[in-house]
Design a protein around this ligand. Structure first.
Ligand code: ADP
Ligand code: MG
Length: 272
């Protein structure tokens, strides 16, 4: 399914958070969204999930305006996993939470097929032994896996993940990114993932969108976006970028301010 974002802007009160965002993602692709804290990544994802309504601009799914879809249509097409933390709510178990993912499909009740899908999603994320546990009694990383499982159980064509690996240990960071990769490559789903880890972004995304102060600063293949110049301009760091066999690797070395000051001083000395 083709997700097309055209000229989307969003404002919290009078504070602009997104300005003129335009891009496309197709089925089979993983688009990574990167950028510093407060650059608008989560706001963009919430607009795509229709949690927020853009002030201007339009979002299309296979040419259909997302704003015009019925709730159940939206639920079958778009799965959204919010960022970790702050989702306590009332006490539910792991399996009940994952079953919520089937809600867009339920007619007279839970079918055998629904239970099979839920069971597979639990298995995928290694949650089967925790199925009857209360969500509130799990670690944040375990909770994060439950929300990922709920999105899988929803079986949407488009999956939106906000920092899906932020609370996971290194093994599950790789497992979840590999799973996200498979959803696109093997199942042809459309994936947009906000990724705060630039190394995972450089390794698992097909293309990256680098946000800076609510605008797209750079877009393209990881090697074209994760450059020392872009990282300096947007994150304010001096970074070493290398190309490992598995993908682009970024090592932040120092905040750019000190290095920039030094460079300016050297330039001034050279002039004198
Ligand atoms: P990111 O996910 O890249 O860290 P966000 O999309 O969460 O950034 O935030 C973008 C900007 O919008 C920031 O300046 C942030 O302070 C502001 N913002 C985010 N959520 C709200 C909100 N609920 N109310 C007002 N301002 C917000
Ligand atoms: Mg965010």
């Amino acid at each position: 399914m083709r997700l097309q974002v055209k000229d989307v802007s969003f404002t919290y009160g009078s504070v602009p958070a997104l300005e003129n965002i335009t891009f496309k993602v197709s089925g089979g692709e993983v688009l990574g969204i990167i950028g510093p804290n407060g650059s608008g990544k989560s706001t963009l994802l919430r607009c795509l999930a229709r949690v927020l309504r853009p002030r201007t601009g339009t979002i299309f799914l296979d040419g259909k305006n997302v704003a015009a879809l019925h709730g159940y249509e939206l639920g079958r097409m778009i799965g959204y996993v919010p960022p970790p933390g702050g989702q306590a709510g009332f006490p539910t178990t792991v399996v009940e939470t994952v079953l919520q993912g089937r809600r867009p499909y339920l007619t007279w009740g839970v079918s055998r097929h629904d239970l099979e899908v839920v069971s597979a999603a639990l298995g995928y994320l290694g949650l089967t032994p925790l199925a009857e546990r209360l969500l509130s009694e799990l670690s944040s990383g375990q909770q994060q896996k439950v929300f990922l499982a709920r999105a899988l159980a929803q079986e949407p064509e488009v999956l939106l993940f906000d920092e899906p690996t932020a609370t996971l240990d290194i093994r599950y960071q790789l497992e979840v990114m590999a799973l996200i990769r498979r959803l696109a490559t093997e199942e042809g789903r459309t994936v947009v993932a906000v990724l705060h880890d630039l190394n995972l972004a450089g390794r698992f995304a097909d293309r990256l969108l680098l946000l800076h102060e609510g605008r797209i600063f750079a877009a393209g293949k990881p090697a074209a976006v994760l450059t020392p110049a872009n990282l300096r301009a947007v994150y304010g760091v001096e970074a070493v970028v290398t190309e490992a066999p598995w993908g682009i690797q970024v090592t932040p070395v120092a905040p750019a301010t000190a290095a920039e000051k030094e460079a300016r001083k050297e330039a001034a000395l050279a002039r004198a």
